[in-house]
Design a protein around this ligand. Structure first.
Ligand code: BDP
Length: 720
């Protein structure tokens, strides 16, 4: 057995991406460089690295270079003792390298802002050095990650300089992690925050988490569920949080916590949490001071208030601004901020839920402190497979607005289905708001270029858990990746991001590239088609939000499917025009006027805004009923194509990842069929029309489909 070892070793060395791969390394899987020219260049650079200055982010860079060098070249990098002789690669901040940069060059780098960086070649006394230069230690780390990424994706060119900087200030993950380690709407195992063993035991995974985020430029994280537990503000928990904050600091990641509005009652023994009460204000001030004592660069609080039963200022007849400002005042002396969520809806309101956030927040424009950001979900309902953009974007002028996307696929097949969200986010970011400027888009509102806002934010609800591959479904990693890239630059194309992720994750082979890209780019539209086509929404089963439940009753107050689709013998859809709820009027005139006519409404949003007869004529010439059938059917067909495309890669991808994705695609096809059959059979009970001939005729018995199959889906809110 013993003498087989060298052969086995060679086999593993040369099979590259065909090695068993459990996905743990994410997109930071530094595989051996195949192109000899690049190998040569990189070996040279890694043979003489010199760091200007000393700081904790440099330690983080060192760690990364070591991992990369082992992966790329199978050897450790070499550091030089002096900056010239044996040196090839210079790493440091602009200030540290200033003597080697001309004035013009310095000014150019400086203009990129604190988080911007430059990388390229510098000639000094006849010798060329490659340099990674940031305006701060953390942006030097960003430069290093970008440098490594270019090697990994085989695009590194020593002679081309590259500059970059983030367009959005806070690029943040929101974990919906509970202190007992369950994760609300989390499908990848338990929370990675091991509260019980912190602060004594530090899981090495925390560092890998920080590396992954920093490689994307994610610079903030809120650790705890928005349905908050006040305990996280206790001193012993803050000690645990401090350990994470200390680990994340060199990676440029600030820690935030969720603040439970009623904490003064629950832990301060007060009788009220009224934001204007002096004792309440001192409670928060003291808590905040205590946190900053432990974590001097603490980010601040993320707050869900007066929504879905969470406590908030309304209990005391105060508004959101009074609630948020009270916390903002406690945080301001330390430079902290409040992120106040606009996801509000109550069970009592007799209004279209679509309207509530605008009704509550528009009148408060200008009343929030400068260190408050109002965080708005991408759409007005709730992370549906496809939603029109939220009408708050563009509606307020003097409020910092941040975007909240959901990376975890609560309504999009969870960790069972392959749905690339980059395309969905791109679609939303590019949507025209027509406000504040006629040319404004959602991206221009949230990156602050069309508004006066001084704080900008893009947050993503995390899909990370203790599963070995972090995200449950391997392709969930692509969504984490795409979120980070869009938060850095909301103008990036989702297709380009997918190409990049595929290269980093599966290697360079063009066949792999093409097939996986095709799968990814088709996947979101497929899910929309087999779940909620043509503007239908919230047809998922109650509470688990996984499988279909268009029949789920409960009346308006329960916000169940019947409330949203409004199917009856005459037609289907939610009238949000003036004859209905009027929610459409919350958009700019250019949208509300045009879309009040169904013929001028994009068909993808048709039933979101209109209740239309089953025989309504669509652009294709088909009736609405036929078109619904065709969309559901198309969704199923695309899911099947995704699997046949994947199967063509069997010999090109390692068997571990191949089989993981293949099996899940099998489940996805079954779920897509289940969605199509049950939804169409159900809607037919109203439409009373035959299915179009060209589709596969839905099989099965509606009563059977109505039995909820998923009562134990993970991630369900514990109190539901
Ligand atoms: C919904 C989830 C629920 C969250 C809520 C929120 O179903 O679990 O608590 O959003 O965003 O999508 O607060």
């Amino acid at each position: 057995m013993k003498n087989l070892f060298p052969f086995i070793l060679c086999f593993f060395l040369f099979t590259g991406h065909l090695q068993a791969n459990d996905g743990y390394k994410l997109w930071l899987d530094y595989q051996p460089i195949e192109r000899s020219e690049l190998h040569q260049t990189v070996s040279e650079l890694f043979s003489g690295i010199f760091f200007f200055g000393k700081n904790p982010s440099h330690e983080a860079i060192k760690k990364e270079l070591e991992l990369a060098s082992q992966g790329f070249l199978k050897q450790a990098p070499k550091y030089s003792a002096d900056r010239f002789q044996t040196t090839q690669l210079w790493i440091g901040t602009r200030q540290e390298l200033s003597q080697f940069l001309g004035l013009e060059h310095q000014a150019k780098i400086k203009a990129l802002g604190e988080e911007g960086y430059w990388r390229g070649s510098i000639i000094h006394e006849g010798k060329s050095y490659y340099a990674l230069i940031g305006n701060s230690p953390v942006s030097t780390l960003y430069a290093s990650f970008d440098f490594l990424k270019s090697i990994q994706s085989n695009t590194f060119d020593k002679d081309t300089e590259k500059t970059d900087y983030p367009k959005i200030k806070l690029r943040m993950l929101n974990h919906w992690d509970n202190l007992d380690r369950t994760v609300e709407r989390g499908y990848a195992g338990f929370s990675i925050w091991d509260w019980h063993r912190l602060p004594g035991y530090v899981d090495p995974r925390y560092i890998d988490y920080a590396r992954a985020n920093a490689s994307l430029g994610i610079n903030a994280v809120s650790l705890t569920n928005v349905n908050a537990n006040a305990w996280i503000l206790r001193e012993d928990f803050v000690e645990k949080v401090k350990v994470l904050a200390d680990l994340f600091r060199p990676y440029g990641i600030k820690v935030f916590l969720t603040a439970r509005f009623s904490a003064p009652i629950e832990m301060g023994n007060l009788e009220t949490a009224d934001p204007l009460d002096e004792q309440v204000r001192s409670f928060w001030k003291e808590r905040v001071d205590m946190i900053y004592e432990a974590i001097p660069d603490f980010g601040g609080f993320l707050v869900k208030a007066n929504s879905e039963g969470q406590p908030g200022p309304h209990e005391y007849n105060r508004d959101h601004a009074e609630g948020a400002n009270m916390l903002a005042d406690a945080l301001a002396p330390h430079g902290g901020i409040v992120i106040w969520r606009a996801f509000v809806y109550s069970h009592e309101i007799d209004e279209d839920r679509h309207k509530q956030a605008n009704l509550e927040f528009e009148p408060l424009d200008g009343k929030f402190r400068d260190n408050v950001i109002v965080q708005v979900k991408n759409g007005a309902i709730d992370f549906q497979p496809r939603e029109p953009f939220h009408p708050l974007f563009g509606a307020v002028k003097e409020t910092n607005l941040g975007m909240e996307f959901q990376i975890t696929q609560e309504y999009l097949g969870q960790a069972t289905q392959l749905v690339y969200l980059g395309t969905m986010w791109e679609e939303i970011l590019m949507d025209k708001t027509y406000r504040p400027k006629p040319s404004s888009t959602v991206a221009r509102v949230i990156d602050g270029s069309d508004t006066e806002q001084n704080l900008t934010l893009m947050a993503g609800v995390s899909n990370i858990g203790t599963d070995r591959n972090w995200t449950g479904h391997l392709f969930g990693q692509a969504n984490w990746y795409a979120f980070g890239q869009l938060a850095w630059d909301p103008d990036r194309s989702a297709a380009e991001i997918s190409e990049e992720w595929i290269k980093l994750t599966f290697g360079q082979k063009p066949e792999i590239q093409a097939k996986i890209k095709e799968i990814m780019l088709a996947s979101h539209e497929a899910a929309v088609n087999y779940m909620t086509p043509l503007g239908l929404h919230h047809l998922m089963g109650r509470s688990h939000h996984y499988g279909p439940g268009p029949w789920v009753e409960g009346g308006r107050a329960d916000w169940t499917s019947l409330y949203y689709h409004r199917a009856d013998s005459l037609g289907i859809g939610f009238d949000r025009t003036e004859t209905g709820s009027g929610a459409l009027n919350q958009y700019a005139n250019e949208i509300s006027k045009t879309w009040s006519d169904p013929k001028k409404t994009p068909e993808k949003f048709l039933l979101w805004f209109h209740h239309l007869p089953w025989d309504y004529q669509m652009q294709s010439g088909n009736t609405l009923w036929e078109e619904i059938g065709l969309h559901y059917d198309k969704g199923v067909k695309t899911a099947r194509e995704m699997r046949s495309n994947w199967r063509e890669l069997e010999k090109l991808v390692d068997s571990e990842r191949f089989s993981h994705v293949d099996q899940l695609l099998g489940v996805q096809i079954e779920e897509a069929e289940w969605w199509r059959n049950s939804s169409l059979l159900y809607f037919q009970t109203f439409a009373k029309r035959p299915f179009p001939d060209s589709i596969e005729q839905p099989e099965g018995d509606l009563e059977f489909y109505k039995q909820q199959r998923f009562p134990f889906a993970p991630g369900i809110r514990p109190n539901w």
